[in-house]
Design a protein around this ligand. Structure first.
Ligand SMILES: *Cc1c(COP(=O)(O)O)cnc(C)c1O
Length: 385
């Protein structure tokens, strides 16, 4: 099973490194991130990459991507401070959260950031005051919540007509209306959602040009590109071919500046989370399934198992006949169950003290781990090459 997710050499390297360490912990292989980055660049040679820092804010990851020439999408001034402290210049940073305090906009502006997202008038007016003259891009609502494993719709973005209004208002307020953005939802399995989003963008580009003489210059296509989990997706090259075709259909050969904000697709497959079985039990004399409790759970990095949205491949060293298990975490919270409806199978010989390996856990794990729920410390991360 492992070789569907990790090259045998990478698995060996990981095992050698991890075998003597005390669980739970995450191991991130930086070489895999490097390979993913060059894969992205060669599939989208016309795009500029802004790494979504929230997916894995490890300093080692940021340094690697800094040296590879990436730019960065930050969600808060705290991520901004981290990225700046690692020597990234502010002209490589985009403030990509539509929800932000005016004083945080000012802080970012004072540090040199000049590129901000918005999706509401209140935020736009704050930016005009706190970050005068900055470049603005407006995020639009998109479809695709049903086909994304971790949707980002509803909360972010505004209707295309309103986005057009915002672009016009941005200019009136002395800002530079620079472009539009969307995010079709993380781990988006339906590539067609980009087509619909790009069509909306094209409509707004044309509308503001014809009615207001504003020539927008940039499309920020967000993230949404896949990592390899149990549910299959297309290859990145298929995403790239299709999305490039959608852009060409709407914008011809010379399309605008294109920004991508990948998180999951760059770092997800680089991580293996190592846990230990704390307890195995049955709930009655005749119960068919076993409960397997591990020393990681929803509050120590596996929050994306909420609603069983992300289905990580789970592997153990034991072989032989398997049976259905319910996988749950170690805390005194009944929400701390990772998989109950989707049936994971593990060997009957699985025992207390055995290790379970959660593959493709490099994204949205360490950064989501709680600080001390039930007193458990945050998830430890090691970086290897
Ligand atoms: C979370 C986020 C991303 C990263 O999305 P992935 O699906 O992990 O690639 C990119 N852009 C914005 C604005 C985000 O909020």
């Amino acid at each position: 099973m492992v070789k569907e997710y990790l090259h045998p050499n990478d698995w060996e390297k990981f095992k050698t490194f991890s075998d003597t360490k005390e669980t739970p912990f995450l191991v991130v292989n930086l070489d895999i991130i490097k390979a993913k980055y060059s894969d992205l660049i060669s599939n989208f040679p016309f795009a500029k990459t802004y790494y979504a820092v929230k997916s894995n804010p490890g300093a080692e990851v940021i340094e690697l991507l800094r040296d590879l020439g990436s730019c960065f999408d930050i969600a808060s001034i705290y991520e901004l401070d981290r990225v700046l402290s690692l020597g990234v210049s502010p002209d490589r940073i985009s403030y990509g959260n539509t929800i932000k305090k005016a004083e945080h906009v000012r802080y970012a502006y004072d540090k040199g950031v000049r590129l901000f997202v918005t999706d509401s008038e209140g935020d736009l007016r704050n930016i005009a005051k706190a970050a005068p003259g900055s470049r603005i891009f407006c995020r639009i609502l998109t479809e695709g919540a049903e086909t994304a494993d971790w949707p980002l719709s509803r909360k972010f973005g505004c209707h295309p007509d309103m986005a057009a209004d915002m672009i016009v208002l941005a200019k009136k307020l002395g800002l530079e209306p620079y472009g539009l953005s969307f995010h079709v939802g993380s781990q988006q399995r339906d590539i067609g959602t980009w087509n619909a989003a790009i069509a909306k963008v094209k409509y707004i580009f044309d509308w503001v040009s014809e009615n207001e003489g504003i020539e927008l210059k940039m499309i920020n296509m967000g993230g949404g590109f896949p990592a390899n989990y149990l549910s299959k997706t297309n290859e990145l090259s298929t995403y790239a071919e299709e999305i490039t075709r959608f852009l060409e259909e709407d914008f011809g050969e010379n399309f605008p500046e294109i920004i991508l904000e990948p998180g999951r697709s760059l770092v997800g497959e680089a991580g293996v989370l190592v846990s230990e079985v704390v307890l195995i039990s049955r709930k009655s004399r005749t119960a068919l399934e076993r409960w397997v409790f591990t020393d990681v759970g929803k509050f120590s990095g596996l929050i994306e198992t909420l609603g069983e949205s992300i289905k990580y491949p789970v592997y153990c060293d034991r072989k032989g006949e398997t049976e259905e298990v319910i996988l749950a975490g170690p805390t005194c919270d009944s929400q701390d169950i990772m998989y109950e409806n989707y049936h994971y199978e593990l060997p009957l010989s699985l025992s207390i003290g055995d290790r379970l390996y959660w593959l493709s856990t490099g994204a949205y794990t360490s950064s989501y781990s709680s600080v001390e729920f039930n007193g458990f410390p945050p998830l430890k991360t090691y970086f290897i090459k």
